[in-house]
Design a protein around this ligand. Structure first.
Ligand SMILES: NC(=O)c1ccc[n+]([C@@H]2O[C@H](COP(=O)([O-])OP(=O)(O)OC[C@H]3O[C@@H](n4cnc5c(N)ncnc54)[C@H](O)[C@@H]3O)[C@@H](O)[C@H]2O)c1
Length: 347
């Protein structure tokens, strides 16, 4: 059933980063609900292939744009989701200055757009704001253990600055900004070569290559299936009133990387072995969300078990590997890092 606004009109939702892994699933869910969707993406790490099935949808529009540059949309927008940002370490470290500017100038530009349209904005923040956490599991009031000088800082500190901008705009009464802290999410449409743990291990297993584990493999992660995440994003965007605090969305099930690799080896039988490599700088040892706030404020909790979601993701990667033309081909273009003057947010 189509969801209408109070005045009977269709809701128009802008999804920045809508051609990415999470963004494309969000576009699907919003269209299914009956919204109009404007997908804004520079295709830095996302891909046209992710939204190709939507291109002829009468309520879908694709705008190619880098959010570091001022964005204007003539039609009235009711909600803005800001997912635009390279999300895996190799992609966000490829041009760290652009990553930082995407977080700060990009979020600033989208907040300004939301302010002009009197729209709500949901900022996709990350569990990386907790850095290598000294508290476990991570609750939203934990302030984190983050390096502002390391190679991950462009992302971790960029996302922290973006949160700060959102809460400043909210406190000033200028934008109805909401902040979600997303923990590791996986599912179909992840890039096979994005350097994230689940895609790495599944693609290696499906290709019959050794599974690479960094460090001892005893570091832990929690993994949320993408449809669960999208339900959480929409719940936080729609909840009334705005909770005014960041909300963790993730799956609290905690697995060591060795356990994950063992599950994948069972699921994708073959001759793959495990090889161990040195741990990258600042790689966190433990990650698990405390989701009490999401449960209480949104009535949200994840539904998809890891084994179930992994199977769907393995099936997706198997089809991508069988038909390489389905493989998304992000441009990896490196826009200029000199973004002076590209920020629209006013004083
Ligand atoms: N997937 C996860 O596990 C995870 C975890 C924590 C946070 N997040 C956040 O969720 C969001 C989506 O992540 P994802 O996994 O879908 O990553 P993704 O790389 O697949 O999607 C990001 C999208 O943003 C676009 N983009 C990047 N910079 C842009 C710019 N300057 N202007 C316009 N478009 C730009 C990319 O082309 C891509 O389509 C990101 O903001 C990420 O930080 C994701």
């Amino acid at each position: 059933m189509l969801q209408k606004l109070h005045d009977g009109k269709t809701r128009t939702v802008l999804v920045a980063g809508g051609a990415g892994f999470v963004g494309s699933h969000l576009c699907d869910a919003l269209l299914l609900r009956g919204d109009k969707v404007i997908c804004v993406d520079s295709f830095l790490t996302g891909s046209r292939a992710n939204v190709r099935p939507l291109e002829n949808h009468p309520r879908f529009r694709l705008v190619e744009h880098d959010v570091c540059q001022v964005l204007d949309i003539e039609e009235h927008v009711h909600q803005v989701y800001n997912l635009a940002c390279a999300a895996s370490p190799p992609s966000y470290q490829a041009d760290p200055v652009h990553t930082m500017m995407t977080c700060v100038a990009g979020t600033g530009n989208l907040l300004a757009l939301a302010e002009r349209h009197n729209a709500s904005l949901l900022q996709a923040s990350t569990s990386e704001v907790y850095g290598d956490p000294e508290e476990h599991p991570q609750r939203e009031d934990y302030r984190g253990n983050v390096s502002c000088t390391g190679p991950r800082a462009c992302y971790d500190e960029g996302k922290r600055a973006a949160e700060s901008l959102c809460f400043d705009m909210l406190r000033a009464g200028r934008t109805d900004a909401r902040v979600v802290r997303i923990f590791n999410t996986y599912g179909p449409r992840m890039q096979p070569n994005d350097g994230r743990i689940i895609s790495n291990l599944l693609v290696q297993a499906l290709s019959g290559d050794p599974l690479t584990i960094y460090g001892s493999g005893e570091q832990t992660r929690s993994f949320c299936f993408v449809t669960d995440l999208v339900a959480g994003l929409m719940a936080l965007m729609d909840v009334d009133p705005n909770p005014g605090v960041p909300v963790n969305i993730g799956n609290p099930g905690e697995f060591t990387i060795n356990e994950l690799a063992a599950m994948i080896l069972t699921m994708v039988p073959g001759r793959s072995k495990i090889v161990y490599r040195p741990l990258p700088t600042d790689d966190p040892q433990r990650r698990r969300p405390d989701i009490a706030r999401a449960k209480q404020l949104l009535g949200w909790e994840p539904k998809v078990q890891l084994s179930q979601g992994l199977q769907q993701t393995a099936d997706y990667f198997a089809s991508v590997l069988a038909e390489p033309e389905l493989r998304a081909t992000p441009s990896r273009a490196k826009p200029g890092s000199n973004m002076t003057g590209a920020l629209q947010i006013g004083a």
